[in-house]
Design a protein around this ligand. Structure first.
Ligand code: BGC
Length: 459
């Protein structure tokens, strides 16, 4: 099997994850500039931030089915175009409305690449390294988030220098435009690199383009395995008549009950345990411990680094130990960290121990990153049968994104109404519930081909 080719292709496709992470988090640095510049109300500001999630959720609904029809690769190329248009459009936006529209265009790219990239990678990877390859996507999301924080910081830093080149680039007055515009570079690169990527062999077989599929498969596995794969995919497609449009009702057939239940559970648990509350409000959470704004900022960077390191560990472990072990260990870690935070925050402000809070947050992010963060995408890409994969990933991705939106939305209110301690306690309880359901429902999926899994999981 040609690992290098698979790695190269997976890395290119996973750049979609990088763009997604960058695009979603770059706005955090933009906020404080556009508020005074466009004289925004709080609600308008909220829109500037959340409008992207709205269109990304919508895009998820249609990207899967569209990719069944027109191919995975074409949809990824369009996502790259949307990212580029969004970056240039928001950098040049003359007014608030244009900015929001430009961000929403980016959201379409986010939603599409978020689900198509892992699906494509799973469809081209040999079973033995599939988990690792799909996890590249999560790694790229995480790197994208961190790089945006870093470039925002750099731009801010440069803008304060009293240098000729700073003013000739307009860095001193247009900080936020530079922050947003920077993304056009990786977006254009993504578009160009995608030309080097072949169409997904499994999709080609679905479209009865078997010779092309075989050519691609031969770059990834040997001749014997390629023929076996083709046979298996054909076999898997026989069970359902292969229409280019699968109706939504196909998802709710009794045969798919188990995999759908697993998909929905994992989608909900990944978000309802609070990862994005912690990410987007990390400095605020640390500030509550009384350590000051500067320390809060550097501890937030620590959170980003922890996320990165433990995602890499997940990539190393996922095909060795399997998905289920990582989930069980990780979700236990999530629950313990959350209970620690609930305990830590239950003390009076004067007695609050900042170390305890730091350990709780870092422990939580580490536990997320080594388990449900990447493992969710891997499971999404492998538990559904070929004929319904595109639609199913759209559906569970939509649930994941919807829960993420709600959790972020109520977090500030929750802190205010019931306090930090109760909020984290609730996250911990959700982790335990998720742990139990996953322990009961989920079979191990590592090392088996997508078609073997189909036979095992679909009754
Ligand atoms: C989730 C995002 C989250 C990120 C954190 C992704 O898998 O979908 O909502 O912000 O992980 O690393």
């Amino acid at each position: 099997m040609n690992k290098n080719y698979t790695i190269k292709i997976s890395l290119i496709v996973a750049l979609g994850g990088f763009l997604m992470g960058f695009d979603a988090s770059v706005i955090s640095g933009v906020v404080k500039f556009i508020e005074p510049q466009f004289d925004l109300s709080k609600i308008q500001l909220g829109w500037a931030v959340s409008s992207l999630t709205l269109t990304s959720t919508l895009a998820m609904m249609i990207a899967g089915p569209l990719s069944n029809r027109y191919g995975r690769k074409l949809i990824l190329k369009w996502a790259a175009v949307f990212y580029a248009v969004s970056a240039v459009g928001s950098a040049l936006a003359p007014d608030y409305v244009t900015l929001v529209i430009a961000r929403m265009i980016g959201g379409i790219g986010v939603g599409a690449s978020l689900i198509i990239a892992p699906m494509y990678i799973a469809e081209i990877s040999p079973a033995a390294i599939r988990g690792r390859m799909v996890s590249f996507n999560q790694l790229n999301i995480v790197v994208g988030i961190s790089v945006a924080f870093f470039t925002n910081y750099l731009i801010l830093h440069f803008s304060q220098l009293d240098k000729q080149w700073v003013s000739s680039l307009g860095l001193d007055v247009w900080q936020w435009r530079w922050m947003l515009g920077l993304e056009s570079l990786p977006a254009v690169l993504y578009f160009a690199f995608l030309f080097a990527v072949p169409e997904s062999p499994r999709w080609l077989i679905m479209k009865e383009r078997v010779q092309e599929a075989r050519k691609t498969l031969l770059k990834v596995v040997d001749e014997k395995q390629a023929d076996l794969d083709i046979l298996a995919v054909k076999e898997s497609l026989k069970t359902e008549n292969n229409k280019s449009r699968t109706p939504l009702s196909a998802l709710f057939k009794p045969a798919l009950r188990l995999v759908l239940l697993i998909g929905i559970t994992v989608a909900v648990v990944q978000q309802i345990t609070g990862i994005n509350s912690v990410f987007f409000y990390a400095p605020m959470i640390f500030e509550q411990t009384g350590i000051g704004t500067d320390a809060a900022f550097s501890q937030a960077i620590l959170v980003g680094l922890t996320n990165l390191v433990f995602t890499i560990l997940a990539i190393i472990f996922i095909d060795r130990f399997g998905r289920k072990i990582l989930l069980l260990v990780g979700l236990s870690g999530v629950a313990i960290s959350m209970f620690l935070l609930a305990y830590g925050f239950s003390m009076d402000a004067a007695e609050l121990n900042p170390w305890l809070i730091l350990i709780g947050i870092v422990g939580f992010v580490a536990s997320f990153a080594i388990s449900i963060g990447p493992v969710m995408w891997v499971l999404f890409s492998e538990i559904f049968p070929n004929y319904v994969r595109g639609l199913a990933i759209s559906f569970v991705g939509l649930i994941n994104s919807g829960v993420s939106f709600l959790v972020q939305l109520v977090f500030p209110w929750e802190l205010d109404a019931i306090g930090s301690s109760a909020t984290f306690l609730i996250y911990g309880v959700f982790a335990i519930i998720g742990l139990v359901i996953i322990a009961v429902l989920l079979p191990e999926t590592k090392g088996r081909s997508l078609e073997e899994l189909e036979k095992q999981l679909i009754k």
